[in-house]
Design a protein around this ligand. Structure first.
Ligand code: SAM
Length: 337
C-alpha cells in the first residue's frame, strides 16, 4: 500500500473506500460525497466493473456507510452512466434500480436528478447507432443528487451561468408585454439583473482533455492515464453549489482524483480513496507544482445547446422508411435491410 499523499487541504488514500469509511470516518462528519463509481458497462474497463445484475447488491454496503458518514445537511452526488443489455438495442435499468434502492432502503431523498451531456462523446454502441441506425448517440450520464433530509445545504446562486442574448436585451431595454407560447405572461421581475441566469439540470460539459498537466505527467512517467476521467467542471458545479470553504468532501472511487484537485482549488477539505496504485501515481501530478485551476463555469461553450433536428430532411423519410422489424435484421453494406 502507498502511504497517504497529503496536500494542504486533503489526501489521497490507497485503500478500499468501504474499509476506509468503516475504520476511519466518524458518523456525521462529511458535507458532500461526490463520486463516479465503476459503471456496470458491457465493455469492461481495466479497473474492473461489477455486472449489472449484481450492481445494486454490491452498492448496498457503500450506501450504508455513505448515509452514516454524511452530516444531516450533507449530499451524496453520484455520476453514473447508463448501459445496454447484451445483444439487444435496449437499455439496462441498473442505475434506476440503484436510485430506487438508495431512496427506499437507505432513506436518501432525491434532491434532484441532473444530466451531464458530453457533446464530444463518440457514437456508441456502434452496432445500434452506426450500423443499423436505430438508436442515437448515448451522450448523457445521469447525476443523482441525493440527500439525508429534503433540505440539504445548497444554493444555486453559486453556479449562475451567463445570460442569454435575449435576456441581456430584456435587462437592457426593458420588457415588451407579450404572451409566451405557453400562455404565460412574464412580469417585469424578470428585468432584474441577478448577475447571471439560474442553470438548468442539463450540464453540457465537453470531456476533451488532451494536453493537461495530468496527461503530460502520465506520459513523462510512463503511467497509464485513467480511462474514465470526468472533466473538472462536473465536480466543480456541485462542490460550489453544495459546500462552503473548509467543508469536507469525500470521493470513494477517486480514479485520477479530479474531485481532490477541484477541492484543493476551492479550499475544501477532501479525502479521495483509490485502490489502483498507478492511478494514484498519476493523480499526484494534479498537486505538484501548484494546482491547475479548473476552467470555471464561464468558459466558452458552457450550456451551448445544439438543435438536435438540424439535419431534418423530408427526403430521408421518403427514401429510408422506418424499419418495420425495429432494426432486427442487420442492414447490408448498402444500408438496406
Ligand atoms: C469511474 S472511475 C472514477 C474516475 C474519476 N472520477 C476520475 O475522474 O478520474 C472509478 C474508480 O473507482 C476505483 N474503485 C473501485 N472500487 C473501489 C473501492 N472499493 N475503493 C476505492 N476505489 C475503488 C476504480 O479503480 C476506478 O479507478
Amino acid at each position: 500500500m502507498l502511504p497517504d499523499f497529503v496536500t494542504p487541504y486533503g489526501k489521497i488514500v490507497h485503500k478500499d473506500s468501504l474499509q476506509y469509511m468503516r475504520d476511519t470516518i466518524d458518523d456525521g462528519t462529511v458535507d458532500l460525497i461526490f463520486t463516479s463509481p465503476p459503471f456496470a458497462l458491457l465493455r469492461k474497463k481495466e479497473y474492473g466493473n461489477v455486472e449489472a445484475d449484481d450492481y445494486v447488491n454490491w452498492f448496498k454496503d457503500f450506501a450504508k456507510e455513505f448515509h452514516r458518514i454524511l452530516k444531516t445537511h450533507g449530499s451524496l452526488v453520484i455520476d453514473i452512466g447508463g448501459s445496454w443489455l447484451a445483444g439487444k438495442p435496449v437499455r439496462s435499468l441498473y442505475h434506476f434500480e440503484l436510485l430506487i434502492m438508495l431512496c427506499k432502503e437507505y432513506n436518501f431523498h432525491l434532491a434532484q436528478e441532473f444530466y451531464w451531456w458530453n457533446p464530444s462523446k463518440l457514437p456508441s454502441p456502434a452496432e445500434w447507432v452506426n450500423i443499423r441506425r436505430i438508436r442515437v448517440k448515448d451522450a448523457v450520464n445521469t447525476v443523482f443528487w441525493l440527500s439525508k433530509t429534503p433540505w440539504p445545504q445548497a444554493s444555486n446562486r453559486r453556479v449562475l451561468v451567463p445570460y442569454s442574448d435575449s435576456m441581456l436585451d430584456l435587462i437592457k431595454n426593458g420588457y415588451q408585454p407579450r404572451l409566451r407560447p405557453s400562455g404565460h405572461d412574464i412580469s417585469d421581475k424578470f428585468q432584474k439583473d441577478n448577475n447571471g441566469a439560474i442553470p438548468p439540470n442539463l450540464l453540457a460539459i465537453p470531456n476533451t482533455e488532451s494536453n493537461s498537466q495530468y496527461l503530460r505527467y502520465c506520459k513523462k512517467h510512463n503511467l497509464k492515464p485513467h480511462p474514465a476521467r470526468f472533466p473538472a467542471r462536473l465536480p466543480e458545479f456541485f462542490i460550489r453549489m453544495l459546500t462552503e470553504v473548509e467543508n469536507v468532501v469525500f470521493d470513494p472511487f477517486a480514479g485520477s482524483c479530479v474531485t481532490g484537485e477541484v477541492c484543493e482549488t476551492l479550499q475544501r477539505n477532501w479525502v479521495c480513496c483509490e485502490t489502483v496504485e498507478e492511478y494514484i501515481e498519476g493523480a499526484k501530478s494534479r498537486f505538484i507544482d501548484g494546482v491547475t485551476p479548473s476552467n470555471g463555469n464561464n468558459a466558452p461553450g458552457f450550456y451551448k445547446i445544439y438543435n438536435s433536428s438540424i439535419l431534418w430532411d423530408e427526403d430521408v423519410e421518403k427514401l429510408k422508411p422506418l424499419p418495420k422489424d425495429g432494426g432486427k435484421e442487420r442492414p447490408n453494406k448498402k444500408g438496406n435491410a
